[in-house]
Design a binder for this molecule. Structure first.
Ligand SMILES: [Zn+2]
Length: 280
């Protein structure tokens, strides 16, 4: 079920038409670093970074955006297979491993429609970058070839500033995830993560079993089972072997650690900064 509170519309896609050139690459076991093209009808342009661009700048990029379907388990890129563009998810969920400027890995971070993934360090300079990206929940997105990103940056378009701000936001998220793991109780962490995932995916029914949630929040599956049981007894969630449903968001917010509010605030700041930058 779509979360109506978070649903919003992205920019118009009048720049895209049936003749849009698609880089269609078959998805199979031997090419797992590729993004399979998807029909435009399956990809509502609901990515928030694209939506944050001024209309004229979005329309300049629109002819280069290619709809892509994301399969759960698909590796979009890794250290061995760099991939060929930036992906802006419209729905679904991608998890990434972020590496800092000195090459050390930081945290695994779920990314949905509020973000993007791609090997962009050589464009953006001394910033954190993505080491690996894997699709955790199937969905759609828009792929922007790196050539188009390079051209946009050379022309001083607002996309690069937005991507830099987003990468800084990801570093803050990574740091907070690390602190959360060490300092906060599992029931509070689980509540926070369920809200976090729900907001990024715009879903109340999350397609994740408890083992996958345990992986995402770096906890043992047995611990997640116990914490889920506590939340279930308070009628905050319902779960089965391959999904979990948020029944009471306010109740979960009361249970969640402060990381939930901090990340919401940081993300609001990111898009507020973008709006103010475009207003001047
Ligand atoms: Zn926390």
């Amino acid at each position: 079920m779509k979360n109506p509170i978070l649903a919003d519309s992205g920019p118009a896609i009048s720049g895209m038409d049936a003749s849009l050139p698609l880089a269609i690459v078959p998805h199979d076991e031997t090419s797992r670093d590729t993004m399979q093209a998807a029909p435009e009808s399956c990809c509502a342009p609901a990515n928030r970074l694209l939506a944050a661009l001024p209309e004229a700048d979005y329309q300049r990029l629109a002819p280069h955006l290619q709809p892509a379907f994301l399969h759960a388990g698909q590796v979009l890129f890794s250290s061995n297979a760099p991939g060929h563009g930036i992906l802006f998810p419209s729905d679904g969920m991608v998890s990434v491993v972020l590496s800092s400027a000195d090459g050390s890995e930081v945290e695994t971070i779920p990314i949905g429609r509020e973000g993007m993934v791609g090997r962009v360090a050589f464009i953006l300079g001394d910033t954190p970058t993505f080491r690996q990206a894997m699709v955790q929940a199937s969905g759609c997105g828009w792929r922007l070839p790196l050539e188009a990103v390079k051209k946009e940056c050379e022309q001083g378009g607002p996309l690069c500033a937005l991507l830099r701000d987003y990468l800084e936001n990801l570093l803050i998220t990574a740091g907070l995830i690390a602190v959360c793991k060490r300092r906060h109780q599992l029931e509070a962490r689980l509540s926070h993560w369920l809200l976090f995932l729900s907001e990024r995916m715009q879903l109340d029914d999350l397609p994740f079993g408890q083992e996958m949630i345990a992986d995402l929040i770096a906890a043992r599956a047995s611990e997640v089972t116990v914490a889920s049981g506590l939340l279930w007894r308070e009628k905050l969630i319902r779960f089965n072997h391959n999904s979990v449903t948020l029944l009471d968001r306010q109740g979960l917010q009361r249970k969640a650690c402060e990381c939930s509010a901090i990340l919401q605030s940081e993300q609001a700041q990111l898009f507020s900064n973008a709006a103010m930058r475009h207003a001047v």
